[in-house]
Design a protein around this ligand. Structure first.
Ligand code: AHR
Length: 307
């Protein structure tokens, strides 16, 4: 399906640069920092005037930022929604003002899909599936594997999707059990803290940590070491994003696998914005093709890693 600039879209002076407001969700992870850099660089290269603000992981702040963009009459708004829900009102305000909204790396769950124009980012459910497929292929010896799951931000699209895809696969086997699932907000600190809690509660019973991003996985690795166990060996560590620090952890054997989630969305976003401003139709979903890295493949790939 396709989306176009609704008939309510404001007329803009084609001789002036396109003005885009970008309401970034926060600075919670390496993915996020790389994403912010990518958006800033790509806007500069595309000659798009970018106003970028940081919501510091607060939905309230993100809504306030978007409202300011509407008041400033920017040409287009992009944002990475903190959670899936709670956007109807502000998206309606943008629509009423004739300002198209592009979702960057996280989707929303709203009843009316004409409230947003396009989504650019990953297939989060599939990332969860790929993490689980790797695990079910590798872990075949024991009758029972106990998993601790570190989810990202509660109700965020990647947390919901990555859990859903992972569970969809492990359900087909009877040797995998998610013994506990924690929200750790995609940060190193919370990943470390929640994994510490899990270790104090379950100790050596834990076979696997499924962390929804690298930062939480790296925090968990730290907690496992502090507990006196060997991450990557005593406890298998699975992660998503595959940023450079995760590659380093793969190379040192502390992380077992990293499913890629590519943050370098800037160029695609700018292309979409230009197309939209020229009146072209955009696909509703622009999905990034992504890989998976193991300890073996990470060694060769580390030198080329851009984020
Ligand atoms: O929306 C993408 C997710 O947000 C990344 O996987 C995570 O690192 C980030 O915080």
């Amino acid at each position: 399906s396709t989306a176009s600039v609704g008939s309510g879209t404001r007329k803009r002076d084609p001789n002036k640069p396109i003005v885009m407001g970008f309401a970034q969700v926060g600075a919670e992870s390496n993915f996020r920092l790389a994403n912010t850099r990518s958006v800033i660089t790509a806007a500069k290269e595309a000659g798009i005037e970018l106003i970028i603000e940081n919501a510091e992981q607060s939905q309230k702040k993100q809504i306030e930022i978007i409202r300011r963009f509407i008041e400033q009459k920017v040409d287009v708004i992009a944002f990475s929604p903190k959670t899936e829900t709670g956007w109807e009102e502000i998206l309606q305000e943008a629509k009423d003002a004739g300002i198209p909204v592009i979702l960057s790396d996280r989707e929303v769950n709203v009843s009316d899909d004409t409230l947003w124009t396009a989504y650019i980012g990953s297939d989060m459910v599939d990332e969860g599936r790929r993490a689980a497929r790797w695990m079910t292929e590798q872990l075949t010896e024991k009758d029972h594997y106990r998993i601790v799951e570190l989810q990202g931000t509660e109700k965020s699209a990647p947390a919901v999707g990555r859990k859903k895809g992972f569970e969809e696969i492990i359900r087909q086997y009877n040797r995998f059990e998610i013994m506990e699932s924690y929200y750790a907000d995609y940060t190193f600190e919370q990943g470390k803290q929640k994994m510490g809690d899990a270790l104090r509660k379950y100790g050596k019973q834990i076979d696997v940590v499924y962390a929804h991003n690298d930062d939480m996985a790296l925090g968990a690795i730290k907690a496992i070491e502090e507990y006196g166990l060997s991450p990557g060996k005593d406890i298998i560590v699975i992660s998503i994003d595959a940023t450079r620090p995760a590659f380093q952890a793969l190379v040192t054997g502390k992380l077992n696998v990293a499913v890629e989630c590519n943050p370098l969305l800037g160029p695609q976003l700018m292309k979409a914005v230009k197309d939209l401003m020229e009146g072209k139709e955009l696909p509703m979903k622009i999905i990034t093709a992504e890989g998976l890295f193991t300890q073996e493949t990470a060694k060769q790939e580390l030198q080329y890693r851009e984020f």
